[in-house]
Structures are given as structure tokens and as C-alpha cells.
Design a protein around this ligand. Structure first.
Ligand SMILES: [Zn+2]
Length: 120
């Protein structure tokens, strides 16, 4: 599954960022996962425990924050969440919308051993 590639990407990013912060053990990572990202939390943690072994991020706890799918109206720029099967803009009725949030997967922050949260 693609969780392995995703997990590898997160690990590379966090190890890089930790090195820039002067190194140390990574103890926890906060991830933002969109509703559309189709990521299974348990799979990511599973792969993490495999591939992070022997790195400074071994055993780090992954915390997932789910964000709902959100749309932006192409006409009036209103942001809204889908209600059932209706995709039209609730503000102006326009039916041209784009996904504004909900397809992302990113590292929000991570903790080094000294417990100060870092920006990646
Ligand atoms: Zn609109």
C-alpha cells in the first residue's frame, strides 16, 4: 500500500528537520491528514516502527489530526463543507468548486527529546 511510501517521506522529512535543529531523539510527531488522503493511521505507525528502527526517530509516537474535506467556491471564494451530495456553493449557488482542504498530508510539528515542539 502507499502508506509505506508516505511513511518513508515523513521519516525523511523529520530526520532532516531534526538534524537542522541540532539532532537528538525524535519522540513524537504531529501529522495533519485530510479526509481524502486515504491514510490508515495504524498502517503508518506499523511501517514507522519498521523503517524508523535504528534512526533517531525510532519509537516515536505518531499523532494524527484529521481535517475534513472543504471546498472553495470558484465564483465567490466562500469556503464550505459538503452537505450530503450537494456540491453547490451555499452562499451563491454556483456549482464550480475546488477542494480547498482535505487532501493534504503534512507534518505539523515534532518533538525532540527536550520536549520543545518544532516546526518542520
Ligand atoms: Zn459562491
Amino acid at each position: 500500500m502507499h502508506e509505506l511510501a508516505v511513511t518513508q517521506g515523513i521519516l525523511d522529512l523529520v530526520l532532516d528537520a531534526a538534524r537542522r535543529e541540532g539532532g537528538g531523539r525524535v519522540t513524537a510527531i504531529d501529522l495533519v491528514v485530510g479526509e481524502l488522503a486515504s491514510i490508515v493511521d495504524d498502517s503508518v505507525q506499523f511501517y514507522w516502527d519498521l523503517i524508523a528502527e535504528d534512526t533517531p526517530a525510532a519509537g516515536a509516537r505518531l499523532r494524527f489530526r484529521r481535517v475534513p474535506l472543504q471546498f472553495e467556491c470558484r465564483s465567490c471564494r466562500a469556503l464550505f463543507e459538503r452537505k450530503g451530495d450537494v456540491f453547490a456553493c451555499p452562499a451563491c449557488g454556483h456549482d464550480g468548486v475546488r477542494v480547498a482542504a482535505g487532501d493534504e498530508l503534512r507534518v505539523e510539528s515534532f518533538d525532540l527529546e527536550d520536549d520543545v515542539p518544532r516546526e518542520p
